[in-house]
Design a protein around this ligand. Structure first.
Ligand code: NAP
Length: 554
């Protein structure tokens, strides 16, 4: 949409001005602030929560734990921090990650530039001056040359519109907005809706406390054992002595994990060898089952079925009641095409007398009543309902902010048929806006801190380049954006990912366009492409010299 006159957001023109405004103080916002400071860029970070952590501030539900191993679920940029900080478990719990991010914030003295308890509600680009006007929920407005979103991929919670929820007399919670003070489930009848990575973590922990837990399952998932364990001092000593090599492997890998690629098809080995390989990965636990077994699980349906069948055989071995075991066996999507959860006693929980699986595929939830949940099979009386129903992923955290680019065009309007951007980091029509781990970047298909670090460093280098070369503005061209969207779509089409009704494709939110929103080409390849683009003077971007803007603003 073109307007005759440059679009100007309305504001008092004497608002405070920063070089950069960053939205969010999780893994990405904290590191972005640190890098911007090193460049001498004045920065204000806004954070909706009362502390640092982002995802790890809000998702403090029982059992919340990271599915990446602690020693790589962290920053790699500072040797001091790597040596000073000591992880205690293979998979870090939410409190430990929150402590880590607080430690980093203190260590780098980041808090003085972060305004907590403040949500950014709007950001509008002023064409005359090439600046962004950012508005918060406190009614505050500030100007910034660079508008950087560090809002995470899974921060806009998805609460399905269940009829009657407002009438429920008990307590209810969404896992992504868990109360700071925690919840005591002792003696309570608890209903858990959702069996994604979150619900699978919640169930065994709540089962240990609650009088009874009903798990309302619509789609069973393929969960792999995590085999969490405390880290012993010798492991830590060796790790700290060899961190350089660990990060080298991470940087070479597609998923940002210390896993070397395998060059072996599941269909090229005998059934016995195949089972041995799966069994070894099962015993090891974690994402190794997906990434260290065979290289065609995510691209070949037949190969995928061998992994799926193995997992089903494990579920049947673990769950004593054969009917319950069958209900827990997934078959409607290929393994790995929904984010594969790790489990800490999930399947065993169904062997407890106080846990019941409710099949809401067969008997859907009709409504929430004042006293519980009613499915087409009858009512389940409950004291507490937990919604582990996920997120309006990837685009939701951005489109829930009223972001307007050139011509006053809203990002939500531009993305009405799915996200469109260049490299997942820049959007045509939205100059000087950078989206850390935005849609169509590798993000959630990787170990997040690895993807975040790559984006933050690339953005910082880009801003450094602009300042050094006298540019005030940078904007993805329409052509580069079209090519990136086409490339990202093509890459996804070559995999099995689009075959699942997952949040990767927007299928979990009614009315959301079905577009695969993540770049599947691998973090290592993506990093190389981003470096190449930068080395060519930011190919696919148009750069605005300071002088040109000064004239335009006249
Ligand atoms: P999710 O994967 O979207 O799962 C939501 C669950 O809620 C699904 O089982 C879904 O069923 C169910 N659901 C949604 N609406 C429903 C309805 N109206 N009726 C009945 N069931 C309904 O969300 P999540 O488990 O919160 O996980 C989201 C992502 O967060 C994960 O995939 C992962 O990337 C991340 N995560 C990471 C970690 C970690 O590493 N620490 C831990 C947890 C989560 P359907 O499948 O039938 O739609």
């Amino acid at each position: 949409m073109q307007t005759a006159h440059a679009h100007r957001p309305s504001a008092n023109r004497n608002q405070p001005e920063f070089d950069a405004v960053v939205v969010g103080a999780g893994f990405s916002g904290l590191y972005m602030l640190h890098r911007l400071r090193q460049l001498g860029v004045t920065t204000r970070v806004y954070e909706a929560g009362g502390g640092v952590g982002g995802t790890w501030y809000w998702n403090r539900y029982p059992g919340a734990r990271c599915d990446s191993e602690s020693w790589v679920y962290c920053y790699s940029f500072s040797d001091e921090i790597l040596q000073e900080w000591t992880w205690t478990e293979r998979y870090p719990s939410q409190p430990e990650i929150e402590r880590y991010l607080n430690y980093v914030a203190d260590r780098l003295d980041l808090r003085r530039d972060i305004q907590f308890n403040t949500r950014v509600t709007a950001a509008a680009f002023d064409e005359a001056t090439g600046r962004w006007l950012i508005t918060t929920d406190a009614g505050e407005q500030v100007w910034a040359t660079y508008f950087i979103t560090a809002v995470g991929c899974l921060s806009a919670d998805n609460l399905p519109a269940f009829k009657g929820l407002e009438t429920f007399q008990g307590e209810w919670y969404h896992t992504g907005r868990w109360p700071q003070e925690g919840i005591d489930f002792t003696g309570k009848r608890v209903g858990l809706i959702g069996t994604g990575a979150t619900g699978i973590q919640v169930a065994p922990v709540v089962a240990e406390q609650a009088e009874h837990l009903w798990v309302f399952q619509r789609t069973p998932n393929y969960a792999i054992p995590a085999h969490n364990r405390p880290l012993d001092p010798e492991f830590i000593r060796q790790l700290k002595a060899s961190y350089g090599e660990v990060w080298e492997i991470v940087r070479r890998s597609a998923a940002g994990l210390p896993i070397e690629p395998v060059e072996r098809s599941a269909l090229a080995v005998s059934p016995e060898e195949q089972r041995q390989i799966y069994e070894a990965a099962w015993q090891k636990g974690g994402f190794y089952f997906l990434f260290e077994t065979f290289n065609d699980i995510l691209v070949n349906p037949e190969a995928n079925e061998t992994a799926a069948a193995f997992i089903r055989s494990k579920i049947r071995e673990t769950v004593r009641d054969p009917e319950v075991a069958e209900l827990l066996c997934p078959s409607d999507h290929p393994y790995g095409t929904k984010r594969p959860p790790l489990e800490h006693g999930y399947y065993e929980a169904f062997n407890r007398d106080n846990v019941t699986l409710v099949d809401v595929r067969k008997s859907p939830i009709e409504e929430i009543t004042p006293t519980g949940i009613r499915t087409t099979d009858g009512e389940y009386p409950l004291d507490i309902i937990i919604f582990a129903t996920g997120f309006d992923a990837l685009t939701g955290p951005l489109t829930r902010i009223d972001i307007r680019g050139r011509g006053g065009v809203a990002l939500a309007e531009k993305w009405v048929s799915g996200p469109r951007n260049y490299l997942g980091v820049a959007v045509h029509g939205f100059p000087n806006m950078f989206t850390i781990t935005g849609p169509l970047s590798p993000s959630v298909l990787t170990n997040m801190p690895a993807a975040i670090s790559q984006h933050v460093e690339w953005i910082a280098d880009c801003i450094g380049y602009l300042r050094q070369h006298g540019y005030r503005g940078i904007e993805a061209t329409a052509d580069a954006e079209d090519r990136w969207v086409a490339h990202a779509n093509e890459a996804a089409e070559q995999t099995l990912y689009p075959r699942a009704k997952s949040w990767y494709i927007g299928a979990n939110v009614p009315g959301k366009p079905r577009v695969f929103m993540v770049y599947v080409g691998g973090l290592q390849n993506y990093r190389a492409r981003c470096q190449e683009i930068a080395s060519k003077g930011y190919e696919g971007f148009s750069l605005t010299p300071e002088a040109a803007l000064a004239v335009g603003a006249g």
